[in-house]
Design a protein around this ligand. Sequence first.
Ligand code: IVH
Length: 715
Amino acid sequence: MYSSDQVQRLQKLSTSLLSLVSKSTPLDDRLEELRDVLRFNEYRYAILNDPLISDFEYDTLYKALEKIEAARPDMVTPDSPTQRVASGLTKEFPTVQHLVPMLSLENSYNEEDLLDWDRKARELSGLEELEYCIEPKFDGASISLTYENDRLLRGVTRGDGVAGDEITTNIKQIRSVPLSANISRYGLQLVEIRGEVLMNKNSFKKYNEQLAEQNLPPLANPRNAAAGSLRIKDPKEVSRRNLEAFLYHVAYFTTLDGAQVTDGHVEGTDETTADLHINKALKTHSGSLQMLWDLGFRSPQKEKRVVKGIQAVIDYCHEFEKGRDDLPYEIDGMVIKVNDFALQDKMGMTTHHPRWAIAFKFKARQATSTLRRVEFQVGRTGSVTPVAKIDPVPLSGVTVSSISLFNEDVVREKDLKIGDQVLVERAGDVIPYIVKPLAEVRTGKETPIIFPTECPVCSHKLEKPEGEAVWRCVNINCPAQVVERIIHFASKDAMDIRSFGDANVRKFYELGFLKDVPGIYRLPYDKIRELEGFGEKSVGNLQAAIETSRQQPLHRLIFGLGIRYVGETTAKTLAAAVSHLRDFAGFSLEDLQNLEDVGPKVGASVYQFFHNPDNLHLLDELEGLGLNLKSQKSTASAGGNLDGQTFLFTGTLSRLKRSDAEEMVEKNGGKLLSGVSSKLNYLVVGEDAGSKLEKAKKITSIQILTEDEFIKLIS
Ligand code: IVH
């Protein structure tokens, strides 16, 4: 896509534009250069996964472009990098006809299937040996993109194969989908390209963590996550989901001189694409993948292989399957395509699938088993989770016998019964889940799953708060909750106390060595040494791990406290907002909600936590035991001339870089807040300041500074 000369030039241009922006030099006459640089960096990030500038620098350039376009709306082009962003909600997704139907693929599951298919393919083509192009079978949601006159015209879902939903606005949120592509360079006027939208494993994991923080059921697999995301009516939410796209098939095109070509066949003539000689690129499938790559699409370039004969196909499929778990995204097999377009045309297709391609499906990560019983586990917040106990069954490398059913609604929706045969699936390293019961093979002996009305551990009556799907044990002294709270406190993402896992916590609790979180710091090591399996060395390690944890940064402690709806990200926000954890006792609900990403639900939960005397007592106790309750920011900065003063920046600064200004505050002993509240001393206002300024004006104790006034204050 970019030659090394172009890379050099664009990298230099990025740097020089960045320095101009930092000096507030107007860039109105360099609009196209800004766009080129942004497109180039977007490509480095989304297609090559090898960015050359930081996210911050990208945002700086992006904002510079946004600012110019805001002043000159007449200069905005549809393929400007700013045009991905949409405001408001999508009303509906109109149905559009695909230019060529989106066909499915024939499946194969083993070597014999592939050998059979190759035999038929050779017969049909009349050749002794065929050249194949093999590529991954991406496990996502299929899409069709149309580019006309070098610009993205629309994006459509597969739908029923003949017509799908027009989801262009959502497609634009995918950074690996270019808004423009220089197809005219290939003599093309319009092209319809097929591919797959994916959510990579990492984004999927993060997304499920967010759902869990909000007490929502997790999504089953990245495929469902991708398909569901494409149908969301809020494009901003689609953007947050970090979708990606692979494009692997040129389905239809018209040339600048008017020829129409469908799946390699020229309409109304006997000519084929190969005869047309439009371009070498469009003689073979691998050539078309190369063309897509050169046009800036993420096509399976590195992943594909062109081979002769079916044995080499089989070998590559096996080779790729071995590395399947190391890929950042899910695949469920390989796709084998006859490489020559003229041959593809000769072989044709059925109404369901092309005869020139076949999918080789990897071993299913699905299995069937019998649901024996459902246990109810009490979590640290008292939530009662149904857990299915099934006959142990091997599934992609592990034996599965226990599967969370999440909540009552999930069980009801799936209509599960004890004794059911169930279909179990596990996508990659994703936790297993029950897809469905096999209702057709029921014997009539299956029995309903009965939900308890009392806590299975402490027998306290269970409650189900309005609008929630989870039953809860509200007895905060319930032993199950206490143990889970301690386990969470010590866990890797919280206080990270190594060698203090679930089993030890449970054991010490049962033996009466430990009854609450502060108890971790008062363990009777002499008694532990007497236990079987606890040598001098292992007790020493445990003691050392517990000692070190006292100095963990504040955000880890906050996360470890297990405040409802406070995940790791919120814990960081909270830690940055105070100098000492106890400060939250003085925060109003409004103060809390002014913090970034703290909504009414999270705010109310944090407010309740810090207004409960038992919890404040717990904090005092932990501090008394030597735990760190101070924010790192406050400790690092103590002693400067802004000591303890709080700052917030809003709008675009013209003389200073935002990150530099923030660093200056901290170096001088000041603190940064992330929202406007009565805790704020100074709001520093740059250009185009918005709602934060309006809010600050209403709180008389806040001093509003211009950038110059701020610089004066600092110096
Ligand atoms: S080619 C006319 N190539 O698998 C040929 N499909 O089970 C159309 N898929 O509907 C398909 N990766 O959504 C092709 N490399 C790949 C693919 C792929 C995933 C999907 C596609 C198709 C489904 C068929």
